[in-house]
Design a binder for this molecule. Sequence first.
Ligand code: CUA
Length: 190
Amino acid sequence: MTDLVSQPAPDPAAEHAERVEHRWATFAVAIIVLLVAVATFAAFYHTAVPQARVETVNPRTLHLAGEFIESNLGSALDADGSVTVRVIGEQYSFTPSCILVPTDTPITFRMTSADVVHGFLVDGTNINLMLVPGYISSLGARFDAPGERLMPCHEFCGVGHEGMWARVRIVDKAAFVALATRRRRLSCVE
Ligand code: CUA
């Protein structure tokens, strides 16, 4: 007696498709597992090894004493020829609102926020920082050519966020040094 209910012949195309699907599914799962592993490692690593250097500052007394009092804001020519720029961000402006820096000079930005988190970004460069109340954000920079660049706040900080921006004016090094002999702190606020 012959078996009337015979198995359908295996379709090689369908089998191949199934194998390919299997392979890609495995690949997708592997990516997820890898991402989870990386995130887990980073979380534990950063908890175990905090940042080497964290500078704090009291946002309530910025205007009363210390590095960020009003008379100390702006650009300062240091004894070693480098320039330190101190800036405060607060709803909804930067102080000073026009930052003056020289060309071909190592520049250190030291900034903080007086209220909420703001963003500091110099258009057309890779200068990009968060200004977090209670902490000093510091970044080294150098400008090759004179010019003027926009400096918008890039972190939503409230209803006036889109109106919060300033300028960076880069001037010739000799011109900057000449100005610095006359004034202790420089800016291009008119
Ligand atoms: Cu400050 Cu957005």
